[in-house]
Design a protein around this ligand. Structure first.
Ligand SMILES: [Zn+2]
Length: 203
């Protein structure tokens, strides 16, 4: 899980919010047939950019806008006041077996969030592509992994293939892969960082 630094509230969203948020619900705001859909699209675009085109939880590449939906970190069911709060909004992938769609209303107070500055340091990977808590007694990390489906077979397989591809390469290539992980269509920035850290340890 890569840390996300939130930027400014997009202007169009701020303006729409000032006029409409009190009387709007999320589904009418984000419906493709609604007048506000263009605002929703701009919002999603800003979120994808601030996340450097990777899913907020699993880090798959968000190639085109439709690869993502706007995700409420604190779910709307239990946190209606957070519905239009930009600092609660993220861009999540559309897979059903992980991330925002899998999480649904399952947010819990101690959940590790990509908005926590130290989130990345609480996870690591295995050589088989699983994501695990760095400290194995950190039950909130494990609960977060389970809630978000971060060890579904699809994600383990993707990570494993990156780990295998990068295992024999020169360090220089690893650094290039890190810089270009989105352009190359790989994503999984923190998996590549893990490979770089492992390489350092072996010297
Ligand atoms: Zn995802």
């Amino acid at each position: 899980m890569r840390c996300i630094v939130k930027g400014e509230v997009p202007e169009a969203f701020a303006q729409w919010k000032a006029r409409n948020s009190a009387k709007s619900d999320w589904s009418s705001f984000s419906k493709p047939q609604s007048q506000s859909y263009v605002i929703y699209q701009k919002l999603r675009h800003s979120l994808i950019s601030e996340q450097k085109h990777q899913c907020c939880y699993c880090e798959v590449v968000l190639k085109k806008e439709g690869d993502a939906h706007v995700e409420h970190l604190k779910d709307q069911g239990h946190h209606p006041d957070e519905r239009f709060n930009f600092s609660n909004l993220l861009a999540s992938c559309q897979y059903r077996d992980s991330c925002g769609h899998k999480k649904g209303n399952g947010f819990f107070k101690e959940m590790v969030s990509p908005l926590d500055e130290n989130c990345q340091a609480r996870f690591t990977y295995t050589a088989r592509g699983k994501i695990i808590p760095l400290d194995e007694g950190d039950s909130f990390v494990q609960k977060t992994i389970d809630l978000l489906g971060l060890n579904c077979k699809r994600l383990i397989d993707r990570r494993l293939s990156i780990i295998r591809n990068l295992a024999p390469v020169e360090r220089e290539y690893l650094l290039q892969a890190l810089d270009n992980c989105v352009e190359w269509g790989w994503g999984f920035y923190t998996v590549i960082e893990y490979m770089i850290a492992k390489r350092k340890q072996s010297f």
